[in-house]
Design a protein around this ligand. Structure first.
Ligand SMILES: Cc1ncc(COP(=O)(O)O)c(C=O)c1O
Length: 392
């Protein structure tokens, strides 16, 4: 056996994927899989989308990169588009979700210092996931992710998700709080959907205390939950929102959007990125965002998610080990009463790509362009596997 030259961060993959088209992927032996994961909420428009491929190829022929020392037309165009969609006012582009969150955390600190706080502190949530850089793994609520990387970063306190009263108590006891960082729906944490008025209550609390409300929409953004951003279901405006994943349909790009006073925090010299917002990634981002809006994919995500959830609920009614089927749009979790990681490999054997997160939650993040027929195929393959599942 040859020893891999790759660092062992992901373990050894049992399957090698070599081709994608729409909602389908092919491995190196020609086997075909229905994709209900979208590269973890990335390829919302499906694979090898002609509009995105054309935009990327065209831009690569004109100008791939030039640095942020210069104006970049598509960076400006994408920022304008995101501003118009979101109600936010200013955008910083990076390359990933973690980087978008790093920018948000740095802005929270600028905000805290402006208020005279010496150790600006951000409230983060149990079971949160914000990335793998040192600050974002500290902000994440999983010891597994943090273990071995101590010392962690200062300036974070943790509270329970979907519990406003607990945050009030944290604030009463800690004058250093300057911001709250929260996912509108926890993704890696197990597709945890908070109460419908959670974000409104968070907005009120942050306003009362002078805290920035910072939403991590790296996974929930770009149409996935049925609105372009998930906070748009609540009618509130955050101070900061981060996104990535579905923004470039597979071309790496992340964005940190800000509104109001928060949008003025960053000044020249505070922050930057060599690749962030370069012509190539912004061409992909612009083509992706335009397609999501022009093709009505937010509405499609809502209808598709409803269809899949109804299908699963019907097919799995009365199955004792299914605790809950929940989600919003194309972000769906099926929680079992036992660990079920092995369902990933079982589903692969049946030609279906899913994910298991938080040990016992089957996570579905299908492309927003999935047809009704493909959605029904998904349910028809997956439901019997869940019904017959014994244990890992
Ligand atoms: C909510 C959320 N935030 C941040 C991240 C980190 O994004 P990236 O892996 O692009 O750094 C993820 C990735 O899964 C995520 O789901």
């Amino acid at each position: 056996m040859t020893v891999s030259s790759l660092m062992n961060t992901y373990g050894i993959a049992a399957t090698t994927l070599v081709k994608g088209q729409g909602c389908w992927l092919w491995d190196d032996s020609g086997s075909k899989y229905l994709d209900a994961l979208s590269g973890i909420a990335v390829c919302g428009l499906g694979h090898s989308h002609l509009g995105i491929a054309t935009a990327v190829a065209k831009q690569a022929e004109i100008l791939t990169h030039c640095s942020n020392f210069f104006g970049i037309p598509n960076q400006q165009n994408l920022a304008d588009k995101l501003r118009d969609i979101s109600g936010m006012t200013n955008v910083f582009f990076g390359n990933s979700g973690a980087e978008a969150n790093e920018a948000a955390i740095k802005m929270a600190r600028l905000h805290g210092h402006k208020k005279g706080i010496k150790l600006p502190t951000v409230i983060v949530m149990d079971n949160a996931f914000h990335g793998r850089t040192l600050a974002t793994l500290t902000a994440s609520g999983s010891r597994k992710i943090q273990a071995g990387f101590e010392p962690l970063v200062r300036g974070f306190v943790r509270g329970p998700y979907n519990d406003i009263q607990a945050l009030e108590i944290i604030g009463d006891n800690n004058a250093d709080i300057c911001a709250v960082l929260v996912e509108p729906i926890q993704g890696e944490g197990g597709i945890r959907v908070p109460d419908a008025d959670y974000l409104q209550k968070l907005r009120t609390l942050c306003d009362q205390r002078g805290w920035l409300l910072m939403l991590d929409e790296v996974q929930t953004g770009n149409g996935r939950t049925g609105k372009y951003f998930c906070y748009q279901h609540s009618g509130i405006l955050p101070d900061i929102v981060t996104t990535s994943k579905g923004l470039g349909n597979g071309v790496p790009i992340g964005a940190c959007l800000a509104s109001g006073d928060a949008a003025q925090l960053m000044q020249p010299g505070n922050h930057g990125s060599t690749f962030g917002g370069n012509p190539l990634s912004c061409a992909a981002g612009l083509a992706t965002v335009n397609t999501i809006i022009d093709d009505g994919l937010e509405q499609r995500a809502a209808a598709l998610g409803d269809r899949i959830m109804h299908g699963l609920r019907d097919a799995l009614a009365g199955v004792d080990h299914v605790k809950e089927i929940r989600g919003m749009g194309c972000m769906i979790g099926i929680e079992l009463d036992k660990p079920c990681k092995s369902l990933f490999a079982t589903a692969m054997k049946h030609g279906l790509i899913i994910n298991v997160t938080a040990d016992s939650v089957i996570r579905l993040l299908p492309p927003l362009v999935m047809t009704d027929h493909e959605a029904d195929q998904l349910v028809d393959i997956l439901a019997p596997l869940i019904r017959d599942f014994k244990q890992d």
